[in-house]
Ligand binder design. Sequence first.
Ligand code: DQA
Length: 185
Amino acid sequence: YEYFGAHPYKNGYVFRVYAPNALEVEVIGDFNKWDGTKHKMKKILVINGVNLNMLGVREPEVYGKATLKDLHEMIEGWAKEVGCEVTCVQSNYEGEICEKIHQAYGVYDGIVINPAAFTHYSYAIRDALSSVRIPAIEVHISNVHKREAFRDNSVIVPECMGQVCGLGYKGYKYAMEALCDAAKD
Ligand code: DQA
C-alpha cells in the first residue's frame, strides 16, 4: 500500500490513495487544498512484551478486559485513522524481541513498544533499540509510576522519544500519532 497526500488527521486537507491500482480512495479532507506533496505511508511496528498474551485474563482491574487479539484489532483501526501502516507482534522472549527490533531496521519508520516487565531490567532490549536507532515510544497500559516501586524505573525509555503510560489501550494510538508526526518533521 502506498499513500499520497498530506498527513491525514492533522493538517485537515488530506486525501488518501492506495496504490498501485488506486481502487481504494479515501477522501478525508479537502482535496483542492493538497499542496502536491507525496508522502509514503509510515510503517509502524508495535511490539508487546512478556505476559501481554494474557491480556483479558491477567489482572483485568489493572489491564482491562480486552484480549491481545482485541488490542491488536483496536491498534489496526487506529492506524487507519492516523494514516500509517501497522504490524503488531507479541513475544514472551527477550531475545526474540531484540531480533524483531533488528529486523525492523530499514523496514519500519517507528516502533511502539510495551516491553511489559522487561521494561524494568532489559538492557538487551534497550541496546537493540539503540542499535537500530528507529524512533521508538514506550507504552504502558497502566500508570507504572503509581504502582510498586520497581515499576517506576524503565531502563528502556532513555532510548525512546518518550513514554505514554496510564492511558489504557489508547496509549498505543497516541504513540503511533506522535511517531507519525515526528517522521513528518
Ligand atoms: C505494563 C507495566 C509493567 O510494569 C508490567 O510488568 C506489565 C505491563 C503495562 O502495560 O502497564 O507487564 O507494561
